[in-house]
Structure formats: structure tokens, C-alpha cells
Design a protein around this ligand. Sequence first.
Ligand code: CA
Length: 233
Amino acid sequence: MWSTRPRILIAEDEEPLVLLLRYNLEAEGCEVEVASRGDEAELMVRESTPDLLLLDWMLPSLSGIELCRRLRMRRETERLPIIMLTARGEEADRVRGLATGADDYITKPFSVPELLARVRALLRRAKPGESAEVLKFGDMELDRAQHRVRRGGRELRLGPTEFRLLEFLMSNPGRVFSREQLLDRVWGRDVYIDERTVDVHVGRLRRALGDTEPDPIRTVRGAGYSLDETYAA
Ligand code: CA
């Protein structure tokens, strides 16, 4: 998915949230570092600038908002992509947060797929060309920016979950994923859904791709699903 692994620094003091973010960002192919205090995060950024900073608003020793302000004042970090994390109720401070120079802002509790989508979007904006906007596989084309899928030039209608599922499979062609892995990576780890849900959406995706054409999705008995590499060959 990335030509180089993006380095992401998580500055957050809530351990369960750190674990959830780390797990999902690493699954996304990112290299993750963690700071649980504001001053620690500042030191880490000074030592080596990450590709993106996920910054909690309320941090011990140095608040996220003060750290953001300081980072924007230094030339080396004036353009560092920063996403602020904040608890509900701090919404009123949103304007202040953006004025301080955060690029994006997300309210807790958030959905992991949404956060990942924002991280991807911000990394793409910061480093155009790092992550392909259009994924291609055989006669299929998926345009991430326009949220469109074509097969053999014909536009397909996909629901949001089917789109994410196909996007994920097209980013990892040939690899077999279990239902559990697909739930983690497409739905996010904080949701608890029956694994059969995956089968339902794979079924819908197959129908949307066209029942009569060769099926690009391979069911691996006892293991899960993959995008069939022989299909694109
Ligand atoms: Ca906090």
C-alpha cells in the first residue's frame, strides 16, 4: 500500500486507546511510536520527525494544544501532519485546535476505519504519490478519491462496506485473509460482529462485481478469502 512505511507518533495517555491505535496502524503497514506525555512527545519529534502525529488534546505535562502550537513555530515541523484527538464535550475548543495548526480533528470515541481513512488522506496530501489513488487489478479499477469502481470500463454500484472490502483486497492481492482478519482490517477492531457478516458482504461484493463474469474473489476453504492472483494474470 505504501512505498515506504509511514512513521506515526501517537501522543496519547489512555493505554487502551494506544493499543487499539497501534494495532490498527501497524496492520495498515505503519511504523508506530508512542509517547504518553506531552514533553516526551516533543522530545521524540525533535529527535526524529515522524510522517504524522496523532495528538491527544489532554496530555500530562504539556497539553496537545500547546505542543501543536510549539511544533508549528519550528521550521522543521511547521508542516508536520497533525491529527488532534479529543473527548466529546471539548468540541467547543475545536476552532481553537484548528487555529493552533492541527490539520484534522477527531472526536473520541471514534470509529477506527474513519480514523484510518483520515490518516491515509492526510499522508496522501502530505506526500502525493506515496499511496496510489487508483488501484488496478485485472479488469477492475478502484478510484479511492472518487469512490468509484469500474470493471471492464463499466461502473459498478457498491455499498460502503463492499467498497472498503474491495479496496482492502485490491491493496493486498493474492494474500489470504481469515474472516477475523477481514473484520479487524475492514470493519475495525473495536467492533464486535459475527464472522458470518463477512460472508454476507463478500456475497454482496461478488454480486456487485457481476455474477456472470469470472469471480476474482477466491474462497479458501477453512481459511478465508483472497483476491485471486491468477485472475489478473
Ligand atoms: Ca488524554
